[in-house]
Design a protein. Structure first.
Length: 154
């Protein structure tokens, strides 16, 4: 299975919210259907596509157009406004998320918009305490990178 990755974190940062199975025929329908630009073609041959987890908003448009059903969700990842996302809670009713575009210039996290407020970083607003809700996709991507960096090369 070809798993996706974030261009900013490198290919070691897999798995992601959606992965692309080896059954992919490289037609590019998923890339064309992705309105967020979260799916891109690598320079590998044969053609391989990858999903950027921090740009993907879990719309599943790619799943609907894949002629060989190669797109598969990873249930361990949070789903934007769904399972695992703090904004799916009634506590955050009416809040919005940038879902990856744009992200915070300081820390790279998602921006959130509270009702009748301004866009603010979901992480920086917490300050040094770090207590409160922030984007679980950002946390997972960082943990994955930390694990890769801590693994000695063979």
């Amino acid at each position: 299975m070809q798993v996706g990755w974030s261009r900013s974190l490198g290919p070691e940062a897999a798995p992601v919210a959606y992965s692309i199975a080896d059954t992919c025929i490289g037609c590019g329908a998923c890339e064309f259907a992705c309105r967020r630009g979260a799916i891109s073609q690598t320079e590998e041959f044969p053609v391989v596509f990858v999903v950027d987890p921090l740009s993907c908003d879990d719309c599943a448009d790619c799943v609907a157009v894949c002629p060989v059903d190669a797109m598969a969700p990873d249930p361990a990842w949070a789903v934007c406004y769904g399972h695992g996302c703090p904004l799916s809670s009634s506590r955050y009713a009416g809040w919005e998320c940038s879902t990856g575009d744009p992200r915070c210039n300081e820390c790279g996290s998602m921006l959130w918009l509270a009702p009748q407020d301004e866009w603010t970083c979901s992480r920086c607003r917490l300050g040094e305490s770090g207590k409160g809700a922030s984007c679980p996709k950002i946390r997972r991507a960082e943990l994955t990178v930390h694990r890769v960096l801590a693994t000695p090369e063979t």
